[in-house]
Design a protein around this ligand. Structure first.
Ligand code: FIX
Ligand code: ZN
Length: 401
């Protein structure tokens, strides 16, 4: 059916809400992975985005805060950021969106009574996947963290929902230590790291490998032969390398996970990398707003570069609105607009609903403009486009069904 200016908005909204999502980058694990799977209101409040807000808005000392148990940390965050202050930040808004979605009214309720009500409503990852309409997601799996990697020694979890990726930051952070671990796991073979990655591949069937870099570490990829070997291995496996660019770790060490910030990056080097390894595929996201225009231009120049998501400090409504339009203006719909980066399963609910709230009016503007120019838009076109944006583009790039 060909749509008109009068009915396109609702049809588009229904299609956006009804399309299953493939989430390209998360830090989630299946429920079976005890100690790693995170769910529920307390975990939601103990998110490092909210911790950074708490530690900078109050004079609470970081080490004192981290010495508390999870319940005390969460109740402190609730009290300081939601009761004593007005929760307007994006991270706070996320918590409120989830409460609203679950029809939990806050009205003078105590922290513990909200927790009880919440925990009655969200009891498993299934509730979350249903509410967020996420059909499958990619975990972040570090092959050099043997405890975390032990997930792949078990089979009683859904490998169609939870897909693996190989996170290779440790090779850059501490090469000697990773080499030692790889040697232990492969009985001292030649080309140890790649041999170990091959072993990890056959255990986990990852959909890509990933590494976060900045100006200081980007050179390693060109300089060290190990990365050349890894790139050759990835090419042979037809696996993309996801480059998460522009992070500076431990800007404030005391803040722990909440203490990472923005570093520099030179995207000319990314362009060189795409040229030097034309048969490798690169998924790229940049942390700084400053790099977004150049990154978008590069995605027009290198067919082996695919932009994904609004990473971390970029994942703010004001920024997304502006940059999403710029990406569409220059790339059409040929990029992967969002990933959740969720660390607590429940976050899938708000990360995706917040994104859809931005996506709908922006897409509507483009479709209205096409209608004004007498270009016919059918429901089929909307289905095709939304499926590409929320799932198809990423799956196609990874070569999965
Ligand atoms: O490096 C990453 O994958 C980052 O996304 C995380 O380490 C970061 O802590 C985060 O959660 C951002 O959303
Ligand atoms: Zn991440």
């Amino acid at each position: 059916m060909i749509l008109s200016s009068d009915n396109i908005s609702n049809t588009l909204l229904n299609i956006i809400n009804g399309t299953p999502i493939f989430d390209l980058h998360t830090h989630l694990f299946p429920p079976k992975h005890e100690g790693y799977f995170l769910l529920g209101f307390k975990n939601l409040l103990n998110y490092h985005y909210l911790i950074a807000e708490l530690l900078t808005a109050t004079n609470i000392d970081a080490s004192t805060f981290y010495s508390y148990n999870d319940e005390k940390k969460a109740s402190l965050i609730w009290n300081e950021l939601f009761e004593k202050r007005t929760p307007v930040s994006e991270a706070c808004a996320g918590v409120l969106s989830i409460l609203k979605e679950l029809k939990i009214v806050i009205n003078n309720k105590s922290f513990l009574s909200i927790c009880d009500e919440y925990d009655n409503k969200i009891q498993s990852d299934k509730n979350v996947l249903e509410l967020s309409n996420v059909s499958s997601l990619v975990m972040t799996n570090n092959p050099f963290d043997l405890d975390e990697w032990s997930l792949f020694n078990t089979n009683d979890w859904n490998k169609k929902i939870y897909l693996a990726s190989l996170r290779l930051d440790d090779i850059i952070v501490d090469y000697e230590e990773t080499l030692k671990k790889a040697k232990d796991q492969t009985s001292n073979q030649e080309n140890t790291i790649v041999t170990y990655l091959e072993k990890c591949y056959s255990q986990s069937y990852p959909v890509y490998a990933a590494v976060s870099l900045n100006l200081d570490t980007f050179h390693t990829i060109f300089k060290d032969t190990i990365w050349k070997d890894i790139l050759v291995w990835l090419e042979n496996k037809n696996l993309p390398l996801s480059l998460m660019l522009g992070v500076k770790r431990a800007v404030n060490k005391d803040f722990g996970l909440a203490g990472d910030g923005i570093g520099d990056i030179n995207l000319k080097e990314l362009s060189n990398l795409c040229n030097s390894f034309p048969k490798n595929k690169f998924l790229v996201t940049c942390l700084s707003l400053n790099d977004q225009h150049e990154l978008t231009v590069l995605a027009r120049k290198h067919p082996n570069l695919k932009i994904f998501g609004f990473w971390w400090f970029m994942n703010q409504p004001t920024i997304i609105k502006q940059i999403l339009k710029m990406r569409i203006d220059m790339l059409g719909f040929s990029f992967i607009p969002q990933h959740s980066d969720a660390r607590v399963s429940d976050q899938l609910i708000y990360k995706w609903s917040h994104f859809k709230k931005i996506l709908h009016p922006i897409l509507l503007e483009y479709y209205q403009d096409l209608l004004d120019k007498n270009f016919p838009i059918s429901e089929n076109i909307l289905h095709r486009d939304i499926d590409s944006l929320l799932s198809g583009n990423a799956k196609k790039y990874l070569g999965i069904k």
